[in-house]
Structures are given as C-alpha cells and as structure tokens.
Design a protein around this ligand. Structure first.
Ligand code: BTN
Length: 325
C-alpha cells in the first residue's frame, strides 16, 4: 500500500466515524499491525490533525482548515459524484496548472487547489490577489460535450450562480455582476476566470478558476483593493472553514454545470440567475474585445449575453467586462 493511499484510508476512517475508531478495527481494515496504526496517527498529528487517543481508540477532534491531496481525497470521498484532486502548496496560477494537466489528459472533474499562487491571474490581464491560509484559489477542469455556440457564452454566469448559491448556504446573500463577479454590498468577494481550448469548434476542455476571499480582514488587502474588495469574514463578522466552503461550492457547481451541459445553456437556471443579477436596470460601461459601449443594462438573454440600451438603440453583448461608467 502506498504511503499516500494509506494516509487517505486512515483519514477516511476517522472522518467517516462519528465516534471513536478502535485501533484493532483500523488495523484489520487496513491489514496493518496496531503499532503501524499508531504510527500513522502520530504522523497525522505532526501534520496538524488533532487526533485524540484513548482506550476506545482514535478520534478526530475537529477538521483542520488545511489542504493536502490526501486530505482532499479523503474528505471529498463523501461527494455524490466522482472527482480527481490535485494539490500543491504553491503554484504560479491554478488555471495555468489545470490547463497544462488538461493537455496531458487529466480527466473531466479534476480540481486543482493551491494554498498559494505566485502569479494569480484575473480577467483582462489583471492579477488576482490571495493570501495563503485565508483565501480559496481553485480551478476546475471539465470536458463538456459542447461545441462553440450560444450555450457556451452562458458558462461564466452559471459559474457565478454556483458560487453565489454556495455562499447562500454559508448564510451570505450575494449578487452577481455580469458576467461573473460575485459581490456583497457592492464589493467583490469572488472572481471567476473561465478559459477554454477548442479544436475545429469542438471544445476540448474548460478551466473554471475561482478565487474567493475567505478569511481576509480589510487590512490584509493591498491599499488599492480596500475600497472594492471584501471577504466572507468582513461580510459576516466570522471566520469560515475553507474546506466546508469548498464542499458547498463543488456541490453547487456540479448541480449547475450538469444542468447547463444537459440543456446547452441557462434554460432552467435562468430564473434563479436573474434574481441574483445586480446589473440589470443600471447604467453600465462595457468593454468588449472590439469596442466600449455605454448605456443601461436592460436584460440578460438565455445565452447569457447582456442587452444594453444605448439610448434608443439596443445592443446585445456576448463577451465583455463592466467597468465604472
Ligand atoms: C477576475 O475577477 O478577474 C477573475 C479572478 C480569478 C482568480 C482565480 S484564483 C484561482 C484561479 N487561478 C488563477 O490564476 N486565477 C483564478
């Protein structure tokens, strides 16, 4: 049994038990000696897992808010759908990493998690700020059976919706700024960067990068972001567990992306999304790949594009970014 497989199995046994797990039971399950089980527990303790031991066996006292591939695999074995986990303490960007692995054949529903990004990417060439231990920076690789077309343009919105729904489960009411910034009180809480690769109009893969400001206090943000960015801690006044948050996020992403792929667009997610979209009815300035438009955001289409009233003339925008008018 490989080191890492053993660690996953021991963690799984501790995580799945509400009570003490006896050393004997574990030794039987894993075909190990009781001394070897004890050694495994000591290793877990040295990695920061609060494992209590007594005559009754072993027990995990609480779930630490740390990441490792083994911990992710063990914790998320409870998900009702299969996933692959990749973890590194530090990468340049989880999106870049996911794209490289996608080209090497990583399967659909692979999640790339890093505690620290040295070159986190935002949209339109911006950088993304995050702090180890306080932020969540992940990229999900999926391989939907879709070709270039109207279905695809709605993907950023679907991802924004999934993030916002996951936050709702944490007790936070957030809004979506088209196409996919997640805001609370007008400040940005999460950013999403969707990147894909095509071959002859057929989608090879999509990487959905999500950056969430979790336990950052105002002073943690660089001066230039303090007026525009916020965190779950700032919004709710309490700390949030990143692993629980990620669990909620993966469940929502799965539900939303499954529907999106099945229906090749927003379809049944449309009404849920519209309720969360804070852009409609507002004066906006949209920077698209070809031009900048100013007007009033009137509606969002089933394909995710934004209808803008330019003062009598209406225009539909598929891709773009809202900047301050
Ligand atoms: C934006 O709002 O400009 C998009 C920000 C996206 C940030 C995330 S963090 C995880 C993933 N890796 C990256 O380099 N970027 C995305």
């Amino acid at each position: 049994m490989s080191r890492s497989f053993l660690e996953i199995k021991v963690l799984e046994a501790l995580l799945n038990s509400q009570d003490w797990v006896s050393g004997e039971e574990l030794a039987d399950q894993l075909s190990l000696s009781r001394v070897a089980v004890w050694k495994e527990m000591e290793k877990l303790k040295s990695r920061g897992f609060p494992v209590a031991s007594s005559r009754k066996g072993y027990r995990l006292l609480e779930l630490p808010d740390v990441f490792s591939r083994e911990y992710l695999e063990a914790y998320f074995s409870r998900l009702p759908f299969p996933m692959n986990f990749f973890y590194r303490d530090q990468v340049d960007s989880t999106n870049e990493w996911a794209k490289k692995e996608a080209l090497q054949g990583a399967p659909s529903w692979s999640l790339f998690v890093a505690e620290n990004q040295t070159r986190g990417k935002g949209r339109r060439g911006r950088s993304w700020f995050s702090l180890p231990g306080k932020s969540l920076t992940v990229s999900l690789l999926i391989r939907p059976a879709l070709s270039l077309g109207p279905g695809l343009t709605s993907l950023p919105l679907v991802c924004g919706l999934a993030v916002s729904l996951a936050l709702e489960e944490e007790g936070l009411k957030s809004g979506i700024k088209w196409p996919n910034d997640v805001l609370i009180g007008g400040k940005k809480l999460a950013g999403i960067l969707v990147e894909g690769d095509f071959e002859a109009e057929i989608l090879k893969y999509v990487v959905i990068g999500i950056g969430l400001n979790v336990n950052l206090s105002e002073g943690d943000f660089p001066q230039g972001l303090r007026l525009t960015a916020t965190s779950l801690l700032e919004a709710s006044g309490k700390k949030h567990h990143r692993l629980f948050l990620l669990e909620g996020l993966l469940n929502k992403l799965y539900r939303c992306l499954e529907k999106w792929e099945e229906e090749a667009g927003l379809a049944s997610l449309y009404s849920e999304l519209k309720k969360k979209l804070v852009t409609l009815g507002k004066r906006v300035k949209v920077v698209t790949p070809g031009e900048t438009l100013e007007g009033v955001a009137e509606n969002v289409d089933l394909d995710g594009s934004l209808w803008i009233d330019l003062g009598g003339k209406k225009r539909k925008v598929n891709w773009g970014e809202l900047v301050n008018p």
